[in-house]
Design a protein around this ligand. Structure first.
Ligand code: ZN
Ligand code: ZN
Ligand code: ZN
Length: 364
């Protein structure tokens, strides 16, 4: 986690929202909300790490004693280490001091929450996700810089992929190579690499496996990594050998839909409008039934977060929001295609972070 961020300012913003919403305690454990506020990521295991933040005053970060040494001391929180024989859930109940409403991180394990509810019978627990999403929704310039660096790293992979021979390789083999190149090109980690070929390309979240890629396949490659904790996520579609006229026609519709979606994304526009725009281009061309997912999702410390670009989300886009525009066309049993870029809403429109060639990539 980069330490260029103003964590005390983020905590102050969280506390202001808590006061606004009558939340007496904010409890954050595993997931991205804690690193967003504290610059510290809880290990995902059976030893409880939890920030207990009151609506006013200093928060306490409760950590297992053996993990305390990796905390970089700052002035944002007091640290309290618990020993192996302590009862960390009991300590959290004590630190909450009879809060009447506590907001708890959405991904907190039930083994902790259920016991905490028993120990704090007078407390009403609500999801912290709504409150934290409101803080994380609009990215700071430093966050956008990391999203851009992450996008540039995966963009550099695309031309390298286009130079590879696809035919004869398995999806899983190509997926491993995509992950390797994602790191080589500057990502700290590769987080996923979907390689979906032939009929598998009609499954948007296909798990790459042993299918051997062959002449005539379309191949959807959707991959990402992280830089400084911030995620990348891009999709390009490849074709092994000559595509059919039908495929070329569908791809040009998809390309137009993605362009139209990016062009529609601007401050003051409801998130669902971007979905309506991409969908209407695809529907008008007769492929509507084959576009089986929302147009996009927000991105930041999490690969999927608010704002969701989906029918029903009437929230207005604001400058600094980062999200994907990723329409697809999936014809079951035959082929699939998707184009995905991350875009950031600007003062007067939007800017793509992914700039690699989004035309159909012909490969051998
Ligand atoms: Zn996806
Ligand atoms: Zn993706
Ligand atoms: Zn995506």
């Amino acid at each position: 986690m980069a330490d260029q961020f103003d964590y005390p300012a983020r905590v102050a913003a969280a506390q202001a929202l808590m006061a606004d919403r009558d939340i007496d305690a904010l409890l954050l454990s595993v997931g991205s909300d804690l690193p967003y506020l504290a610059g510290y990521t809880a290990m995902v295991n059976e030893r409880l790490t939890m920030l207990v933040l009151p609506a006013a005053g200093q928060g306490i970060l409760l950590v297992p004693e053996l993990e305390a040494p990796r905390i970089v001391v700052n002035n944002t929180f007091a640290v309290r280490a618990w020993a192996e024989t302590d009862d960390p859930v009991g300590i959290v109940a004590e630190l909450m001091g009879g809060a009447s409403t506590a907001a708890i991180g959405d991904q907190t394990w039930s083994r902790f929450l259920l016991r905490l509810q028993t120990l704090s019978a007078g407390t009403q627990f609500v999801q912290a996700g709504h409150l934290m999403a409101a803080l994380r929704l609009v990215k700071e310039p430093g966050e956008i810089a990391l999203l851009r660096a992450a996008a540039e790293a995966v963009d550099r992979v695309v031309p390298r992929l286009g130079a590879l021979e696809f035919a004869g390789r398995t999806e899983i083999d190509l997926s491993r190579e995509v992950r390797r190149m994602t790191v080589e090109e500057g990502s700290d980690f590769a987080t996923f690499a979907i390689v979906a070929s032939g009929p598998n390309a009609a499954s948007p979240h296909h798990e790459p496996a042993g299918r051997v890629i062959a002449e005539g396949d379309s191949v959807v490659v959707d991959f990402g990594g992280t830089v400084g904790g911030y995620c990348s996520d891009t999709t390009r579609t490849f074709h092994v050998g000559e595509p059919t006229d039908e495929f070329v026609d569908a791809y040009s519709v998809l390309h137009q839909a993605q362009e139209a979606g990016v062009a529609a994304a601007a401050p003051g526009v409801p998130a669902q409008e971007v979905d309506r725009v991409t969908r209407s281009v695809i529907e008008q061309a007769g492929y509507g039934e084959f576009f089986i997912h929302r147009t996009g999702h927000g991105i930041g410390l999490d690969g999927h977060e608010d704002p969701y670009i989906v029918e029903g989300n009437t929230d207005l886009l604001r400058p600094g929001m980062a999200f994907s525009v990723e329409p697809g066309i999936y014809v079951p049993g035959r082929f699939g295609m998707r184009i995905e870029d991350i875009v950031v809403a600007t003062d007067d429109g939007s800017a793509r972070l992914n700039l690699s060639d989004r035309s159909l990539h012909m490969v051998q």
